[in-house]
Each structure stands twice: as C-alpha cells, then as structure tokens.
Design a protein around this ligand. Structure first.
Ligand code: NDP
Length: 333
C-alpha cells in the first residue's frame, strides 16, 4: 500500500511564505477506527486565512511548526467504518495537506458530484462561495442600479461577488492586479469595468469607473485599496469588510484603525450625521427633559462671561480645556 504524504509547517513564515517554510513527509497510511473514513484526497484548497493561522492571528486557531498544514479537501472514501458513508462517496472535510487522511464521519460533508465540478466545492460552491453570497446579499444589500466595487476581483470570492451583483442588476467594477486578471474580470466574468492598481493609478481609475461614487464596497484587501474606496463612498453606502490580503504577510500592523477588529467582532460600523434624524427631535426633548426632571441625567457646563471672551473660550474648547458644554453668557436670561 502507498504511504500517506503529508505537508507540515517547518517554521513560522516571515513575510511572504517560502516553500522552505514547509516540509514534505511520508508515513504509513492509518487505518480508520469506528465511525471514521479512510480517504484519497482529490482536491486540496489553499486559502489566504492559512497565512493568518501560521502567524497565530486567525480566529480558527493557529498552525505551529511541526503541525500538519490545515485546509479543506475534497476526497473519495476508500474505506468506511461509518454507517452513513459508502466506499466511493465524495466528501469535503478539513483533512489538511495530506494524500490519504482518516476523517471522522461526523466531520465530513457529502458532496453530490452532479451539482457541479468537484473542485468548485472548494471555490464558488464552497466556503469562498458562501463568503461571497452571504457577504454581498446579506451584508452588502445590493439594489438594482447600485455601483458595486469589489477588490481581488478575479479570485473565488471577488469574482462571485461581482457576478451575483450583476445578476441583481448592479453596475459592477472590479479591482485586480495583473493585466491578465483584469481582462478576465471584464471579458469573461462580465464586470462592467475593472481598475488595475498595478498598471495604473488606483484613484484615477476609481474616479473614472465610479463617477457617482460607490454604493457597495466589498473589501478583500484592506490597506490603501480600502482607503481609496472609502474616499469615494456614495451616500448610504454599505462596506463589507471581508479580507485583508494587504496585511496578512506583515508582522507589524499598519497604523490607524485596523479592519481586522471589525471583521472579528462582526461589528457594524455606521456613519452618523445628526441632520438625518430631525424626526426624533420632539421625542428626544420629551424624554431627556423628563429624565432631567427626575434627576436621572446630570450635565456640566463650562461658562464664559462676555461675547468678547468667546474667541478665547473657543480656543480652550479646541484644546480640550473646557469642562462640559462650552457656553458663552452674552446676556441675561
Ligand atoms: P483570491 O484568489 O482572491 O486571492 C487573493 C488575491 O488578493 C490575490 O490573487 C491578489 O489579486 C489580491 N491581492 C490584493 N492585494 C494583495 C496583496 N497585497 N498581496 C497579495 N494579494 C493581494 O483569494 P480568495 O478569493 O480565496 O479570498 C479573497 C479574500 O477573501 C481574502 O482576503 C480572504 O482572506 C477573504 N475571505 C474572507 C472570509 C471571511 O469569512 N471573512 C472567508 C473567505 C475568504 P490581485 O493581484 O488581482 O489584487
């Protein structure tokens, strides 16, 4: 019988991973216990989140030197000790980078090969597909006529985001790098436009392709690409923070608010402009004045006497030296 080929992490990668960070080993193929399956791996998925696991920064756990590299795979069952699976069944499981894994039946997901090509169950019909589908439709809330911008547009996630947005009647613009990827995004995937951040100026490209601003930005990259998209958001835009390709390979986090915290917490970040909420004014006055009368609310005022002292008071305010609401007493009540 053949050996099981396994790929282990040899050392934690510094910066961009090198092949020498990994080690290929062979071992005897394990025999399945009760409720387990012995499988032949057909397709192994390589996903950006694995870099985060190697750094110990991913929510799904870390991969330490000496560990089998993690990853989802599509496999054929060659031996079964689980009542729900037969020899020849095709399954998906997080069985790692190995040729002949033993998988717990409870951790396998049966794949119906009639639904689509097997490899797509690791791509557009798998985890990246669900990411695109749920991220766009549930969080991005695209409406017909919206301009939808997506980065890493030729990848599994980005390309599906753009194509679903087209199906939903949006105008879709992709951001991609190399010319070949850009050509695929428009010519094959059918995006309305594409902007290359590698062969042209990203901001000029976005101004050209999103003249009325961006209604939905689906971000797979972070960094300066996210910044450039944010500069062009339309009123009421939705931003889906999905991935951080620009920072997976760096150890020091860039300055400024890091989208990783928003992603991890599944937080919703919304812009506030008071003028949009005039309809709540009467309700606010009713409630807050009542709480004030009931002594449930305290307040501080930083009073300055005389209009002539207003400039100085304003300067104190802008230096943070005021204590409470800055008020200039100009006349008598
Ligand atoms: P892709 O096949 O799209 O590969 C990543 C692409 O990112 C690259 O091909 C590259 O394309 C682009 N990229 C942009 N900037 C950089 C950079 N600085 N370094 C390297 N690549 C860069 O991957 P996926 O479709 O599998 O994943 C896309 C994103 O979605 C990833 O960020 C991933 O982590 C995220 N994701 C998030 C999930 C979640 O639950 N939040 C789940 C699944 C994926 P180009 O050169 O064209 O820019």
């Amino acid at each position: 019988m053949n050996n099981n080929t396994r790929v282990l992490l040899k050392r934690r990668c510094e910066g961009v991973p090198q092949a020498s960070d990994f080690e290929i080993t062979t071992s005897t193929i394990e025999q399945p216990d009760d409720d387990q399956l012995l499988c032949d791996t057909i397709y192994l998925s390589l996903d950006p989140y694995l870099r985060g696991r190697i750094s110990g920064r991913h929510m799904s756990g870390s991969i330490a030197p000496g560990d089998l590299m993690a990853g989802e795979a599509i496999s054929r069952v060659v031996e079964t000790r689980h009542a729900d699976y037969d020899v020849g069944d095709i399954i998906a499981a997080h069985s790692g980078w190995q040729s002949n894994p033993v998988v717990a039946g409870s951790e396998a997901r049966r794949i119906n090969p009639d639904v689509g090509p097997l490899s797509t169950f690791l791509g557009i019909l798998g985890m990246p597909g669900l990411t695109a589908y749920a991220g766009l439709l549930r969080l991005g809330e695209p409406k017909p006529g919206d301009t939808v911008l997506v980065s890493a547009a030729s990848g599994a996630v980005g390309s599906l985001v753009g194509q679903i947005a087209k199906i939903k009647g949006c105008r879709v613009v992709g951001i991609a790098g190399a010319p070949g990827k850009c050509a695929w995004v428009t010519d094959v995937a059918g995006f309305d436009d594409v902007v290359s951040y590698k062969t042209g100026d990203l901001r000029e490209g976005l101004d050209r392709s999103c003249p009325d601003g961006i209604d939905v930005y689906f971000d797979n990259v972070g960094g300066d690409t996210l910044q450039a998209a944010m500069e062009r958001l339309a009123l009421g835009a939705r931003v889906v923070l999905c991935g951080l390709m620009a920072q997976y390979n760096i150890d020091e986090m860039p300055p400024g608010p890091n989208p990783a915290f928003i992603i991890k917490a599944r937080a919703t970040v919304r812009g506030m402009v008071v003028y949009d909420h005039e309809d709540l004014r009467a309700e606010m006055v009713d409630n807050v004045s009542q709480w004030l009368r009931d002594d449930q609310i305290q307040y501080l005022e930083d009073r300055t006497d005389g209009l002539e002292n207003a400039p100085e008071a304003f300067c104190r305010l802008m230096q943070g030296k005021n204590v409470g609401k800055a008020i200039v007493v100009v006349g008598r009540e």
